[in-house]
Each structure stands twice: as C-alpha cells, then as structure tokens.
Design a binder for this molecule. Structure first.
Ligand SMILES: *Cc1c(COP(=O)(O)O)cnc(C)c1O
Length: 392
C-alpha cells in the first residue's frame, strides 16, 4: 500500500503528494466514524452501532462443553433470542434477506406462496421480495390489490399455496382507503403464516426500557406479539431496531426452524462465531431487561434535555433543537425530537476529513447540523475538536 501511495504521488506530480495519497488509502479502509446525522440506524454507517472487543481466542462454537461432543452453533444467540421473543426456537443467518430466502427455499420450493399485492416491497439496496422469492424457487401467488387485501383473497388461493406470507411495509406507508388482513385472521387459515416483520422489535412492551415503549414505536410489529397472534415464523434483521450486528433471524415453530436448518444451503448463509458472539451479548442484554446496554436503545431514548445540555457543553456553534429518525428503512415518517449544534454553511466535507474519527453531519437550510442523539457522549470532546479544525 505504501508503494502504491508513492507511485501515485510520483504520477500526480512528486513526493510532496505522498501524504495526500496515503490519506486517500487510509480513507478507503473501514474505520470507526462519529455519526452526527441523527439517523440512528444509518445504513451507510453500518446500521445499529455495536462492538466486540475480544482477544484472539477459541470458543465452543460447535462443541458441547457437557458431553465433549460436537454440537451445532445454534445454542447461544439463537436460543437466547428465541427466549427473548417467546419463540420455540430461532435460527441466526447472515441478514434479513438471507432469512427470507432460506425460509422460502426450505418451506416452499416449487410451491405457491400467497403475498398481498400491497406488500411486494423493495427495501433499500435492492432487496425486492418478488426477486428473492423467484431465486428461492418458490412461486409467488399475488393476492388482493395494492390498497386492499382481505382474508377471503388468501382463502381463494389456498389450494395453490404451501405458505402464507405477510411482509412489513418497512419503508413506505399507504394512506387513504386501505385494508389489510391481520395476523390473527390469517393464522386461522390452514397454512403456516410467515411474517417478515423487518426491523426486529422483539417485544412491543419493551420490558428493557424503564419508561416502556416510546410513543414513536406505536404500530411497529413486534416478534413476540406476532408469534402470539398465530404466525408460525417471524423473520427480522439483527441490525435494525434489535440493535445488534448484521444478522437475520428466523424465529417460531421448532419444526419449521428445523426444516430451515436441514436445507442444504443453510450452510451458505450461516454466520461466523464473531457475529454470534456479538449477537449473544445483545440477547443477554435483552434478557436482563437492560436497554441501556444496547447502544441503539440508549441513543433512541436519551432525553432532549440531556442532549441540549451536552450541546451547550460542546461550546461550539449554536445550540439548536432538531429531529432524529430511527432510520434503516424502518418507521417512515417517524421523527424523534432531538438537539445538537448548528454551524453556518456546509462544512460536512471538512468534518469528514477530521481525525482520528471522521464526523458525519448533515446540511439543512444552508447550515451544518450535528445531532447529538447518535453521538456517543464519550465522543463529544472529539466532535468539539473536529468542529474547531473544520471551521478554522
Ligand atoms: C430490512 C428488511 C429486509 C432485509 O433485511 P436485511 O437485513 O437488510 O437483509 C427484509 N424484509 C423487510 C420487511 C425489511 O424491513
């Protein structure tokens, strides 16, 4: 890499270009950054913040410590998440898209899957439900219309379908004359109901938050309640509202989960010990009802007063009220009151160039806004120094 930088420097005019070329290479590496955008689950910044701090070590990834025999990697994170959302069993795969694909391939290859025409979503970054369905070998059976789908629409195609699927409209809303079949209604039909709930809210009651669920969570489907309402399986991401590393979860009926595990291509989408360890820590925090141990929930529930106080403490720019968003293609239209500082003009490029961490901010009405909700308080001093160096 250093030789590359030296060659590029010479090509660009001489040795004095070397530092600049080196910087270009440094910037191309994945590195911690400060998220001052107020978008809590920021797709470009790796979605939910999480961390692992482990020295190189072996772990009992596939060893049963009691019997000394080979086991599966399904004990830790999967079992704990199943417990946290009241499922019989749960399986961890690499991401939500992989979870949808595996469930369809394992339960409905060459067979029909009924989905409402109002739920054939595209999630950012190219996840299109009809395309994933086609790749899985399952046959899409569209039911209802864009705005109205009733139980009778599903009932009419039962003889052509192996499973029914409900997909959360994570990133858009339908308004006006709209009708949907509920999970309860669909659970009464004689086919397993699979619910892709998207964002990974484990329990609508949020027992891990001292103050209970925040108002802006209202109407977001939760794993525990969706299963209790009769869904056979729920599918969700580990790195959206769940607040863990990139992962996909398949939770619910143990026999159906087992069919997913036995599919020959489960191995293609199974996660590493690193991801399972990080996810296990998140699951333990949920089981301890300790929301403050999960950065997403800590950030999402920090009071505006506290953020204002921190903004004053920075001693730079003008303290302003602003709005954060949950982000990650979840909860469209939801805004969480927040606070931060405003700087005149657009200095986002200079903030991105600061060290040791780049600071990512946004521009509104010609000013640069740094929303402190998504900034770790430990990084406040670094933000302050970054603003000084960016506006010097
Ligand atoms: C986000 C999402 C997915 C895709 O999950 P990834 O973890 O991004 O692969 C699938 N379905 C729904 C409803 C989603 O919201």
């Amino acid at each position: 890499l250093l030789v590359d930088a030296a060659r590029s420097a010479l090509a660009a005019g001489g040795a004095d270009q070397f530092a600049r070329q080196l910087r270009r290479i440094e910037r191309s590496l994945t590195q911690p950054v400060i998220n001052a955008t107020g978008v809590i689950v920021h797709t470009n910044l790796g979605r939910a913040p999480w961390g692992v701090d482990v020295a190189p070590t072996y772990c009992n990834l596939e060893l049963d410590l009691t019997t000394g025999k080979r086991s599966t990697r399904r004990g830790g994170a999967g079992a704990l998440i199943a417990r946290a959302c009241g499922a019989e069993d749960a399986l961890v795969v690499n991401n939500g898209a992989a979870a949808v694909w595996l469930v369809l391939a394992a339960l409905a290859a060459d067979r029909g899957v009924a989905v409402s025409r109002g739920e054939l979503v595209e999630i950012g970054g190219g996840f299109r439900l009809p395309d994933v369905m086609e790749a899985s070998g399952a046959r899409l059976v569209e039911v209802g219309t864009t705005n109205k789908t009733r139980v009778s629409d599903y009932r009419r195609v039962l003889d052509r379908t192996a499973i029914l699927m409900k997909v959360h409209r994570s990133n858009f809303q339908l308004a006006g004359f709209v009708e949907d079949a509920s999970v309860e209604e669909l659970a009464d039909l004689e086919r397993p109901l699979i619910a892709d709930i998207g964002s990974g809210l484990l329990d609508a009651a949020c027992p891990w938050l001292v103050g209970g669920p925040p108002a802006w969570l209202e109407s977001e489907p939760a794993a525990r309640q969706t299963l209790a309402a009769g869904a056979a399986l729920v599918i969700f991401s580990g790195d959206k509202l769940m607040g863990g590393p990139q992962a996909g979860l398949i939770a619910g009926d143990a026999q159906l989960v087992d069919r997913c595990v036995r599919h020959p291509l489960y191995r293609v989408v199974r996660p590493s010990g690193l991801v399972l360890t990080a996810l296990q820590n998140v699951a333990l925090a949920y089981l301890n009802n300790n929301g403050t141990a999960i950065p997403f929930w800590r950030m999402a529930t920090t009071s505006v007063e506290e953020l204002r106080h921190r903004a004053h403490g920075l001693g730079v720019g003008e303290v302003v009220d602003c709005y954060s968003v949950p982000g990650g293609g979840t909860l469209p239209g939801v805004e969480i009151p927040s606070a931060g500082v405003s700087l005149p003009g657009d200095v986002t490029a200079s903030l991105r160039a600061t060290r040791p961490k780049a600071v990512i901010a946004r521009v509104a009405d010609g000013s640069t806004i740094l929303d402190l909700r998504t900034v770790d308080p430990e990084d406040d001093r670094m933000v302050c120094e970054a603003v000084h160096s960016a506006t010097r």
